[in-house]
Design a protein around this ligand. Structure first.
Ligand SMILES: Cc1cc2nc3c(=O)[nH]c(=O)nc-3n(C[C@H](O)[C@H](O)[C@H](O)COP(=O)(O)O)c2cc1C
Length: 175
C-alpha cells in the first residue's frame, strides 16, 4: 500500500494532523502546494488535510480540479475547523461541497493562532468580532463563532489525535 498525506494549512492545525497521520501510517507527507497532481498516480491512497475558512474546505478546490487525474486512487479529505466535531458540522461541510460528494470526508477540531493571523484574515476577523460582540451568543449564525469569540486575541489548540480514528479505520492499514 503506497499512500501520501498532503496538507493545506494556514495556522498549523491541518499540518499537525498530517504529521500525526504520517507517523501513524508511515506514509510521507507534503504541502499540497508543493505536489504536482500527475505525481499522485504513484499512490494507491491520498489523504488531504485542510483548514476550513468561511465554511469552505481549502483543499476541496484541488480535488475538484484534479478529479480526473485521481480516478482509481482512494482519496479522503480531513478538514480542521473551530466548529464542534459533530454530525451537524460534517453535514454542513458536505452540503457546502456537493461538488466533491464522492470523496469521504472526516473532521477534527483545529486551532486559533491569533498572533499568526494573515493580514486579510485579521481584518475580516476584527470585523466579525465587532459584529458578534453586539449580539447575544444565541444569535450567532455559525457553530464556530462561539469558540471564535472565546479564543479571539488568544491562542487555542483543540487538535486531538482521537479525531483521526475514523479516517484511520477507513484506511484500514495492514496490521
Ligand atoms: C478567516 C477565517 C475563517 C474561518 N472560518 C471557519 C469556519 O467557517 N468554520 C470553522 O469551523 N472554523 C473556521 N475558522 C477556524 C479555522 O478553521 C481554524 O483556525 C483551523 O485550525 C484552520 O486550519 P489550519 O490551522 O490548518 O489553518 C476560520 C478561521 C479564519 C482565520
Amino acid at each position: 500500500m503506497a499512500g501520501i498525506i498532503l496538507y493545506r494549512s494556514k495556522y498549523g492545525a491541518s499540518e499537525q494532523y498530517a504529521r500525526m497521520l504520517a507517523k501513524e501510517t508511515g506514509f510521507p507527507m507534503a504541502r499540497l502546494a508543493d505536489v504536482k497532481p500527475s505525481a499522485l498516480a504513484a499512490y494507491s491512497h491520498v489523504v488531504l488535510c485542510s483548514g476550513v475558512y468561511a465554511g469552505r474546505i481549502a483543499a476541496a478546490k484541488f480535488l475538484r480540479q484534479n478529479a480526473a487525474k485521481l480516478q482509481g486512487t482512494r482519496v479522503a479529505l480531513f478538514a480542521a475547523g473551530l466548529s464542534p466535531a459533530d454530525e451537524a458540522t460534517l453535514g454542513t461541510l458536505k452540503s457546502n461541497h456537493a461538488d466533491i460528494a464522492g470523496v469521504p470526508l472526516f473532521y477534527g477540531r483545529g486551532a486559533w493562532r491569533h498572533e499568526r493571523l494573515k493580514a486579510g484574515d485579521k481584518l475580516l476577523c476584527a470585523m466579525l468580532h465587532g459584529m458578534l460582540a453586539k449580539k447575544d451568543p444565541s444569535q450567532y449564525e455559525e457553530p464556530w463563532m462561539q469558540t471564535f469569540m472565546e479564543c479571539y486575541k488568544k491562542d487555542c489548540d483543540f487538535t486531538d489525535a482521537a479525531y483521526l480514528a475514523p479516517l484511520l479505520a477507513w484506511l484500514d492499514l495492514p496490521k
